[in-house]
Design a protein around this ligand. Structure first.
Ligand code: THU
Length: 158
C-alpha cells in the first residue's frame, strides 16, 4: 500500500494589506453581490474577474424556484467573460458572500464552480489566482487546479 499525500497551499492576508488592484477587485465583487438575485437563500455572492487585457467582469448568483436551475456568482462571471472576451485569459477572481449585507468570514466556492474555474484556466492556458474574500481576511490560492485536487479534465478524455 502506498500513501499519497496531496498538499494545498494558500496565503492569508488581512483585507487592509491587499494591493490597491486586489482591493478594487474585492470591491467589485461586493458591488456585484449586492445585485444578487437570492430570494430563497438570502446568501448574496459576488465574483469579480481581472482579465489579462485589464478588463474586469463581474457576476452574482441568480437563484430559481427550481433550485437546480440556480446559477452561482462565479459561473455567472466566468460565463460573462467567455461571452465578452472568449480569447482573453483570466488572471484573478475575487469571490465574496454577503449575509444581511455584511461579508461572511470567508467563502469557499462550491465544487461545480471549482470545476468551471478549472476549465477556464485550462482554456486560457494560464493559472487563475483566486481570492476568497472575507470580512477581515482574504485567502489567496494560486490556481484553480490547486483548489480542485484529483480533478476531472480534458486530459482524462485523451
Ligand atoms: N453560491 C454561489 O454563488 N457560489 C458558490 O460558490 C457557492 C454558492 C450561491 C448559490 C445559491 O444561490 C446560494 O449561494 C446558496 O447556496
Amino acid at each position: 500500500m502506498k500513501e499519497i499525500k496531496i498538499d494545498m497551499k494558500l496565503e492569508e492576508i488581512p483585507v487592509s494589506e491587499l494591493s490597491p488592484l486586489d482591493r478594487e477587485l474585492m470591491n467589485r465583487a461586493i458591488a456585484a453581490a449586492r445585485n444578487a438575485y437570492a430570494p430563497y437563500s438570502h446568501f448574496h455572492v459576488g465574483a469579480a474577474l481581472m482579465l489579462t487585457n485589464g478588463k474586469m467582469v463581474t457576476g452574482c448568483n441568480q437563484e430559481n424556484a427550481a433550485s437546480p436551475s440556480c446559477v452561482c456568482a462565479e459561473v455567472a462571471a466566468l460565463t460573462q467573460a467567455g461571452v465578452l472576451y472568449p480569447k482573453v485569459p483570466i488572471r484573478d477572481i475575487a469571490i465574496i458572500a454577503l449575509k444581511k449585507e455584511e461579508p461572511t468570514e470567508r467563502i469557499a466556492p462550491c465544487g461545480n464552480c471549482r470545476q468551471v474555474m478549472l476549465e477556464y484556466e485550462k482554456r486560457g492556458n494560464s493559472p487563475i489566482r483566486i481570492l476568497l474574500c472575507g470580512r477581515e481576511k482574504v485567502q489567496i490560492i494560486t490556481s484553480a487546479k490547486s483548489l480542485l485536487p484529483l480533478s476531472f479534465s480534458a486530459d482524462e478524455l485523451g
